[in-house]
Design a protein around this ligand. Structure first.
Ligand code: CP3
Length: 354
């Protein structure tokens, strides 16, 4: 299969971890669990070490990145760490004039809307992100057998920030370009695919044991538009990292109608938000793929009994799956009680002990 044992630097204990086994659809002692956005503002220890350091600068400091990545692993005993960074880090690294505004998100100084604007996007080389290589080296030593997930933004979601100039509800400039100048759109996504692929390769070469491609906002598209205008670029990214044999996870929000195609693009694991039950998601994705998800993050604000009830619904829907990695249907929210997350990890582990 595409995820046979890699020849590279993967230690055996990592290869045999519960998380990577579930990604490969092998039997596991219990359902593995991690949370998207598990590092970050829900943790007081995060707020403390980030004090006075802008988000994008923090991503370039290997010691800080290592500490922040390890914080949720220590606190919650999740089955995998996710590398602390952001989807816009590779764009910043090649010189795109952008920043992450607190409470807003990524903001791009000169949005990309014409062919001339494409010049902002040059290829990414490992030297552009040497701090990533350094941080992942430190992290994999600290993590021991626990796997590290690398990640990147998918071409559509990156394009959405670049074309809109910031976060967007309706993606109007993005869609105007996609429908109005299909050739420029295709060239933009193809260039982003190369940058994204290069960024993922750096992380895998440095020691990441799995990668997740976040296409957070692609749920804004209808299936035919996804196939025509997005799938070629996402497929190119997955193909570019196939040779490493590490599991490739693909996730987006509101992607119920796209799950089959997101698998087809080359994912080994398809991430599902909370809108589609996992048994139905499995029918849409088809055989040969593991699923990741899908507790509604907002459920964590309800009393513990309600969280456990909703967690059981997720586990019941996942009962017949070949491979299941428990996660939220989207990221941890800053206002979440970290203790509720710790309890959730423990609950999933003990409930699924085999
Ligand atoms: O999961 C993890 O623990 C790793 C950290 C991580 C961050 N961003 C750190 C971050 C990951 C995986 C991301 C990915 C990311 N960034 C996505 C895809 C995931 C998703 O949620 O769909 C997207 C769409 C972005 C873009 C982005 N960056 C947004 C929407 C925001 C939040 C803006 C805000 O302030 O509400 C950011 C900033 C950001 N990225 C923060 C963190 C911890 C908050 C900034 C801070 O702490 O000062």
């Amino acid at each position: 299969s595409a995820i046979d044992r890699p020849k590279g630097q993967q230690p055996t204990a990592t290869y045999d971890s519960t998380f990577l086994k579930a990604c490969r659809r092998e039997p596991v002692p219990h359902t593995p669990v991690w949370f998207m956005r598990q590092a970050g503002r829900s943790l007081p220890e995060y707020l403390k070490v980030r004090e006075g350091i802008p988000m994008l600068e923090s991503c370039t400091r290997p010691e800080l990145v290592t500490e922040i990545t390890l914080q949720p692993v220590r606190r919650h005993d999740v089955d995998a760490a996710i590398y602390f960074s952001d989807i816009v880090v590779p764009l910043k690294a090649i010189g795109v004039d952008l920043d992450i505004k607190p409470g807003v998100g990524p903001v791009v100084e000169k949005p990309i809307r014409s062919r001339a604007d494409l010049a902002q996007l040059r290829d990414l080389t490992p030297d552009d992100v040497s701090y990533v290589t350094e941080a992942i080296g430190m992290l994999t030593r600290e993590l021991g057998p626990k796997p590290l997930i690398g990640f990147a933004g998918a071409p559509f979601t990156l394009a959405s920030y670049l074309v809109e100039g910031g976060p967007s509800r309706n993606h109007e400039h993005t869609k105007a370009l996609m429908y109005g100048d299909p050739q420029l759109w295709a060239d933009l996504l193809d260039r982003l695919a190369d940058i994204t692929a290069a960024f993922l390769r750096v992380q895998i070469e440095a020691g990441a044991s799995a990668v997740q491609l976040f296409d957070s906002w692609v749920g804004a598209l209808a299936p035919a538009d996804y196939r025509r205008s997005v799938m070629p670029a996402s497929t190119k990214v997955f193909k570019a990292v196939e040779e490493y044999g590490v599991p490739r996870i693909h996730f987006g929000v509101g992607t119920g109608e796209l799950l089959g195609q997101m698998g087809e693009a080359g994912a080994d694991v398809v991430g599902v938000d909370w809108r589609v039950p996992l048994d139905e998601a499995a029918r849409r994705v088809g055989p040969g793929k593991a699923l990741q998800g899908n507790l509604d993050p907002a459920v964590l604000f309800a009393p513990t009994e309600a969280v456990e009830e909703k967690t059981q619904e997720v586990l019941d829907a996942a009962a017949g799956l070949e491979g299941h990695i428990f996660n939220l249907g989207h990221g941890v929210l800053p206002s979440m009680d970290p203790d509720a997350l710790t309890r959730l990890v423990d609950h999933v582990h003990t409930r699924t002990l085999r």
